[in-house]
Design a protein around this ligand. Structure first.
Ligand code: LMR
Length: 396
């Protein structure tokens, strides 16, 4: 039965973790996957999460099945976070939110749902984009193309190209947009550029699917989320996937969400019924723990404030490491101007290094980034930064 099964290539991001784990280089540094490590190179367990978990453990509960769409209080907390508790779409009941298995799960449920609603639509992802975007939408049965996004020469967004791509898209095309902290480039649109994108999405009758996996890592929770309000204010029906993997450092709990903004409450009910079918036929219903922790934090004012503080500390440390990287590369003898690294936001730096250089970084120095030149600056710390700078300087 399986004799003709081909060996699939390693995942371009998670596959690096496997390679990293088996690397015996004592100086190895993993800048491959988008995971935040603290200055001691440790994965943080946030205080807000620990406090919430202690409270949950003090009152142990039996583990029945959750509803297909997850913990109701969680879905409401996500709505409040993404759209604002008092926002019109939330108070009028026209947002359908489901608890998903991470942000990836939110994208997959959304993709399966859209395939039923718009079976012939094409999907456009940014060029470049998170590698899994293409795979998720292709596996849901869509043809996936890309819209212009990155300008390598300018080291920034090719905004004219992006607008041209969107203007050329057929009505009904699904456009996957990074709400903040673009993965992999680290270059976001300005507020004015978002306004122009929204105008094209509206004029051309495109469907916007916003992936918000890094809320809080750019400028702040409210600042990073503001783009969602702009789409809503424009009267657009949108999909938003949310991930708490990074913002709560709960990677392994797979806690995320999908929100769909519909025309009215009655339409949202019908949408929710279809989302539930997508969930039921993929994994039946979500697990409890991660959702319970996030609910406890988001719905308790003290824990919520603590979360914002802890998330802010992660954001500030990443920005400091960007500056240290720029300074360290200069000190290590890199001639070219690397200050663009501090103009990028979020966890990643699109370094501009070639595939050959990235492979050399791995094989000669044990410094892991993706083949595309993406490095996770959130994994740099005061102990590994000099080594990483020396290694990059050598391959440059
Ligand atoms: C990444 O881009 O490294 C993260 O989003 C992790 C993943 O699932 O790929």
């Amino acid at each position: 039965l399986f004799t003709a099964v081909e060996m699939a290539p390693r995942d371009p991001i998670l596959g690096l973790n496997e390679q990293f784990a088996s690397d015996t280089n004592p100086n190895k540094v993993n800048l491959g996957v988008g995971v935040y490590f603290d200055d001691n190179g440790k994965l943080p367990l946030l205080q807000c999460v620990q406090t919430a978990e202690k409270a949950l453990m003090a009152q142990p509960t039996a583990r029945g099945y959750l509803p297909i769409d997850g913990i109701a209080a969680y879905d409401n907390a996500v709505k409040a976070l993404v759209f604002g508790a008092d926002s019109e779409p939330v108070t009028s009941g026209r947002v359908a939110t489901i608890q998903a298995i991470g942000g990836t799960g939110g994208l997959k449920v959304g993709a399966d749902f859209l395939k039923k609603v718009s079976p012939d639509a094409k999907v456009l992802i940014s060029d470049p984009s998170w590698e899994n975007h293409r795979a998720i939408f292709q596996n849901a049965g869509f043809q996936v193309d890309s819209y212009a996004y990155y300008d390598a020469a300018k080291r920034g967004v090719n905004f004219e190209g992006m607008l041209a791509s969107l203007n050329a898209a057929a009505a009904g095309t699904i456009v996957v947009l990074h709400a903040c902290c673009h993965n992999p480039t680290g270059y976001d649109l300005t507020a004015e550029q978002w306004d122009q994108v929204i105008a094209v999405v509206k004029a051309k009758n495109l469907t916007a699917f916003l992936d918000m996996a890094y809320q809080g890592f750019g400028e702040g929770i409210a600042e990073d989320g503001a783009v969602i309000g702009k789409f809503v204010a424009a009267g657009l029906d949108i999909l938003v996937s949310t991930s708490f993997s990074k913002s709560f450092s709960l990677y392994g709990e797979r806690v995320g969400a999908l929100s769909v903004v519909a025309k009215d409450a009655e339409e949202a009910k019908r949408v929710l019924s279809q989302l539930k079918i997508a969930i039921r036929t993929n994994y039946s219903n979500p697990p409890i723990h991660g959702g319970a922790v996030v609910t406890a934090v988001l719905t308790n004012p003290e824990l919520r404030a603590l979360w914002e503080k802890e998330l802010g500390e992660m954001r500030v440390r990443i920005k400091a490491m960007r500056q240290k990287l720029v300074d360290g590369l200069k000190a290590a003898g890199v001639q070219q101007d690397m200050s663009f690294i501090t103009t990028q936001v979020g966890m990643f730096s699109y370094s501009g290094l070639s595939k050959d250089q990235m492979v050399r970084l791995r094989s000669e120095f044990g410094v892991y980034g993706t083949d595309t030149g993406r490095m996770c600056v959130a994994a740099l710390n005061s102990k590994n930064i000099d080594y990483v700078c020396q290694a990059i300087a050598k391959v440059i």
